[in-house]
Ligand binder design. Structure first.
Ligand SMILES: N[C@@H](CCC(=O)N[C@@H](CS(=O)(=O)O)C(=O)NCC(=O)O)C(=O)O
Length: 217
């Protein structure tokens, strides 16, 4: 059986967990804290990041969430998360949505760890720059969701990679930055996300905080 190295808050890993659930692929969930010295990520991923999908041989590792999602869609096309029935430009748009969602997460991870530094070592301009990217990304997503006019799914009125990426990012955003006002700033995006969270594969993969044992910045 496959193993997925994951972390309880990870938006990147949640994309993969949702995809595996939607495709009905059984797997063992190996939950780790990738920032702690105890993590096994470096045994499988030279970039020392999770998620990592480890195949049946216990050695072959697929890593980098957007690549894992592409690999899964290629190897296990049914049920499709980029259905061929959706025209190619919309399937490419779904990947662009994933780029924006991953980019928001990347910026917020940098902002989160900037805040872990001793106050005198924190760079406010750097943290502000990351939050500006997150806000810009959120605005793009909000515009796309507004254009979908209340649909349950962003593209083709069916679940796609785009919905999985947005839902995974917003779930983590809300966990890690609970005071951010995105839900009042973007009510349609909030309503769309709440709808996604009722889906079984989302409800079963809700993020939760983790405690970092080692100091890393
Ligand atoms: N681009 C990567 C980012 C993955 C990533 O940053 N994972 C974090 C954990 S989490 O933020 O998703 O919870 C990690 O392993 N960080 C460890 C490290 O960066 O050394 C992906 O999409 O898979």
């Amino acid at each position: 059986m496959w193993t997925l190295i994951s972390a309880t808050p990870s938006p990147y890993a949640r994309k993969v967990r949702i995809a595996l659930a939607e495709k009905g692929i059984p797997f063992t969930l190996q939950t780790e804290v990738p920032w702690d010295s105890t993590t096994k990520t470096k045994l499988y991923n030279p970039l020392e990041k999770l998620p990592v999908l480890i195949l049946d041989d216990g050695k072959t590792a697929i890593y980098e969430s957007h690549y894992i999602m592409e690999w899964l869609e290629t190897k296990h096309p049914e049920p499709a998360l980029l259905p061929p029935s959706i025209e190619i430009d919309d399937r490419l748009f779904a990947k662009k949505v994933e780029v924006v969602c991953d980019g928001i997460c990347d910026a917020l991870v940098l902002a989160f760890f900037e805040k872990q530094r001793e106050p005198e070592k924190q760079s406010q301009p750097w943290a502000a720059r990351q939050m500006r990217k997150a806000d810009g990304g959120l605005q793009a997503l909000a515009t796309w969701v507004d254009n979908a006019q209340g649909a349950n799914f962003l593209i083709g009125n069916q679940l796609t990679l785009a919905d999985i990426a947005i839902g995974s990012m917003l779930g983590w955003f809300t966990l890690r930055f609970p005071d951010h006002l995105w839900q009042s700033q973007h009510p349609a995006l909030k309503k769309y996300w709440e709808g996604l969270e009722t889906r079984k594969s989302f409800a079963e993969t809700r993020p939760s905080p983790q405690t970092l044992k080692d100091s890393i910045v």
